[in-house]
Design a protein around this ligand. Structure first.
Ligand SMILES: CC(C)(COP(=O)(O)OP(=O)(O)OC[C@H]1O[C@@H](n2cnc3c(N)ncnc32)[C@H](O)[C@@H]1OP(=O)(O)O)[C@@H](O)C(=O)NCCC(=O)NCCS
Length: 221
């Protein structure tokens, strides 16, 4: 029987995860998981992509007792400190977090995915790469070999993260951005959309452009 998954988040990041589970089921006949619904404080009682919003983010314990499993999908780009604070408050037991990996994605045999890490359609995770807990590798995002991405980070669609890169925790790489090999991106840092990262990016800073340059700090309030 399929395990029932609750997605914590909204249509932006949670929607593509729900669609990936549906695609795995209906296109590939993989019935490991089914989407029971969402937890979202702003949409209680509504639906997200036809799935019910079952409650708020404070209700994880109640649903955990009922046997549900979870995917954490709240990544607020530019509000990275807040993203981590909310994650701590929601407090999903690590053993109840599942990996959603699209049947259309590539994850190398010796790559590692932490609890709750997801790889969506046409995502690529190269040999020896390590993806942290609850990190989201979205559609067409590329992670080169031996790159390490910390927990709760987010690699947006079509970004290219080369090999032997170190990305910290709760960091974002924007849409269509490119990070050259062996660079370091600090905790809570953001790479702007379509940027080319040629230098290391310190913790808590947003860099953008080609080549990417310091843009501003990530909000702390
Ligand atoms: C870098 C970023 C965080 C800045 O956001 P912001 O502070 O709201 O900045 P604004 O949109 O007000 O833009 C301010 C200026 O920076 C420029 N700018 C914004 N983003 C830029 C980028 N990625 N590259 C180059 N310049 C950029 C704007 O053109 C604008 O220039 P101007 O003042 O000359 O008009 C944002 O633009 C970005 O790239 N976000 C990533 C989006 C993304 O990938 N989302 C993933 C969703 S899954």
């Amino acid at each position: 029987m399929a395990k029932k998954i609750i997605i914590i988040g909204g249509e932006g990041k949670g929607g593509p995860i729900a669609a990936t589970i549906e695609d795995n089921r209906h296109t590939f006949g993989d019935f490991t998981y089914e989407v029971a619904g969402f937890l979202n404080d702003l949409e209680i009682g509504n639906t997200i992509h036809n799935f019910p919003v079952l409650g708020g983010t404070g209700e994880v314990a109640r649903f955990a007792e009922q046997g549900y499993l979870f995917v954490y999908a709240i990544h607020m780009l530019g509000n990275n400190y807040k993203t981590e604070e909310l994650f701590r408050q929601v407090n999903v037991p690590q053993e109840l977090l599942v990996n959603i990996v699209s049947k259309r994605a590539f994850v190398a045999h010796n790559a590692q995915l932490g609890p709750g890490a997801c790889v969506l359609v046409n995502g690529y995770v190269g040999a020896g790469a390590q993806i942290g807990a609850c990190t989201l590798i979205t559609s067409h995002a590329f992670v080169g070999h031996d790159t390490v991405v910390g927990p709760l980070s987010h690699l947006a669609v079509c970004c290219v993260v080369g090999s032997r890169i170190e990305i910290g925790k709760v960091a974002d790489v924007g849409i269509n951005a490119t990070v050259l090999e062996k660079r370091k991106i600090g905790d809570y840092a953001v790479v702007g959309a379509a940027s080319l990262v040629t230098k290391d990016i310190p913790e808590g800073q947003i860099w953008a452009g080609s080549p990417a340059r310091y843009f501003r700090d990530v909000k702390k309030d």
